[in-house]
Design a binder for this molecule. Structure first.
Ligand SMILES: CC(C)(COP(=O)(O)OP(=O)(O)OC[C@H]1O[C@@H](n2cnc3c(N)ncnc32)[C@H](O)[C@@H]1OP(=O)(O)O)[C@@H](O)C(=O)NCCC(=O)NCCS
Length: 183
C-alpha cells in the first residue's frame, strides 16, 4: 500500500508533493544546475544521474519502494521546475517504526526556511498518518546548514558515526540525529 501524501504549500508559493515520472526532465535539469552546490554533500554521481533517463529510472525505483511502504519520495515544485527534494527512506516497521530523511534545495532557494517547512510537514505525516516512532538523519560534520535545520525541527544529536557514508568519493564521519515522534 503506497504511503499517502497530500500536496502541501510551502513559503514562496512552492509545493511539496510526491515525485512523479513527469519530474524526470525537470529533476535532471535541477541536478545539472546544482551539481557544484550539492557535490560536497552527495555520493559521487554517474553521468547518467544527470540525464532525464537516469532520473526516470530513479523515480521508478523510488515509487516502487513507496508502493512497498518503504519510502516517500517528495519534490519541492516551483511551477514546472524542481527546487528541491525530501525523501523518507529505509522505512522499517515492527519494533523499530523508523525511517531516514534526506533533503536538498536548489542553490537559489536556500536560506529562506524552505527545508525547515518541508521537514516539519514530513514529520507531521510520519507521526499522524504512518505511525512512525522515529526519524533519523545523518549530516557531515561541516554541514552546519543541515544541522541547524534539524535542530530547528526538533531533532536531537545522537553522536558521531565514524566512516558512516561514502560522500564525494570518501567514507566520511557523520553526526547522527533522531527525532522521536511519540514522547
Ligand atoms: C541543508 C539545506 C537543505 C538547508 O536548507 P534551507 O532551506 O536553506 O534551510 P534554512 O533556510 O532553514 O537555513 C538553515 C540555516 O543554515 C544557514 N545557512 C544556509 N546556507 C548556509 C551555508 N551555505 N553555510 C552555512 N550556513 C548556512 C541559514 O542561515 C540558517 O541558519 P539559522 O538556522 O541559524 O537561521 C540546504 O542548504 C542544502 O540544500 N544544502 C545542500 C544539500 C545538503 O546539504 N543536504 C543535506 C544533507 S544532510
Amino acid at each position: 500500500m503506497a504511503l499517502d501524501f497530500a500536496d502541501r504549500e510551502l513559503p514562496d508559493g512552492l509545493i511539496l508533493r510526491v515525485r512523479r515520472e513527469q519530474d524526470a526532465g525537470p529533476l535532471a535539469a535541477a541536478y545539472q544546475r546544482n551539481r557544484g552546490h550539492l557535490a560536497p554533500w552527495d555520493p559521487t554521481r554517474t553521468e547518467d544521474f544527470f540525464t532525464e533517463a537516469g532520473q526516470l529510472a530513479q523515480i521508478r525505483e523510488l515509487l516502487a519502494l513507496r508502493e512497498m511502504d518503504a519510502a516517500l519520495p517528495l519534490v519541492i515544485a516551483d511551477g514546472d521546475q524542481i527546487a528541491g527534494g525530501v525523501t523518507l527512506s529505509h522505512l522499517v516497521r515492527g519494533a523499530f517504526q523508523s525511517a531516514n530523511i534526506g533533503y536538498w534545495l536548489d542553490r537559489d532557494h536556500v536560506g529562506r526556511g524552505l527545508a525547515s517547512a518541508a521537514i516539519a510537514a514530513v514529520i507531521e505525516v510520519a507521526r499522524d498518518d504512518y505511525g512512525l516512532h522515529r526519524i533519523q538523519a545523518a549530516t557531515m560534520l561541516a554541514n552546519h546548514a543541515s544541522q541547524s535545520v534539524l535542530t530547528r525541527a526538533g531533532f536531537e544529536r545522537i553522536g558521531v558515526a565514524p566512516n558512516y557514508l561514502e560522500i564525494a568519493g570518501r567514507w566520511q564521519d557523520h553526526v547522527l540525529f533522531q527525532r522521536i515522534l511519540h514522547d
